[in-house]
Design a protein around this ligand. Structure first.
Ligand code: ADP
Length: 161
């Protein structure tokens, strides 16, 4: 049986930090589901449909990655997909507290599903969707921090605002 993990996130937009986690997770698992968590409390830059389009473009040549959007609890979605591992990335101490709480809550909800943390690579510890959007909104150069399709889409999106 092939191994399957779920990598959930907002991916608004996907950055090279996320991409690095995906690449490394593919070294551990046969297949990876990128689960786009639909969160009505956040106001995203890109709509769910746009983020799905971007992810599909970025992983066009990677048949081991599947892209799905989901609503509700991540743990329930992992159960639905048949993934017994949830992959998360850790950048800094600031990520740790939130992730520790989530991992423990998820373990309580379903002890069969493990959360696996991957430490950010040194080139990406400072990269977040939030700060990439901020830099781009002031015309800063984000090439090298996001896939080219994201840089292009952000430029178009931000110029139309
Ligand atoms: P969320 O809204 O769930 O935090 P994100 O899209 O911001 O979704 O992030 C998804 C996951 O990817 C989280 O575990 C986050 O810590 C991780 N991540 C984001 N950026 C990086 C990065 N530069 N290096 C490593 N992990 C990252």
């Amino acid at each position: 049986m092939s191994s399957l993990a779920l990598y959930p996130g907002s991916f608004d937009p996907i950055t090279n930090g996320h991409l690095d986690i995906v690449t490394r997770a593919l070294g551990v698992f046969d297949r990876l589901i990128l689960g786009l968590a639909v969160n009505s409390r956040k106001t995203p830059l890109f709509s769910v449909e746009e983020r799905i389009e971007i992810l599909q473009e970025v992983f066009r040549d990677e048949p081991r990655v599947e892209i799905h959007a989901f609503e509700g609890l991540t743990i329930q979605y992992a159960e639905e997909c048949g993934a017994n591992v949830i992959v998360r990335g850790l950048r800094a101490v600031a990520d740790f507290e939130y992730e520790l709480q989530m991992a423990n809550m998820n373990r309580r909800l379903d002890p069969q599903i493990e959360t696996l943390f991957m430490m950010t690579s040194e080139g990406y510890f400072f990269v977040s969707s939030q700060n990439v959007k901020e830099v781009a909104s002031f015309g800063g150069d984000v090439s090298g921090l996001v896939p080219p399709v994201v840089a292009d889409r952000m430029a178009v999106k931000l110029s139309s605002r």
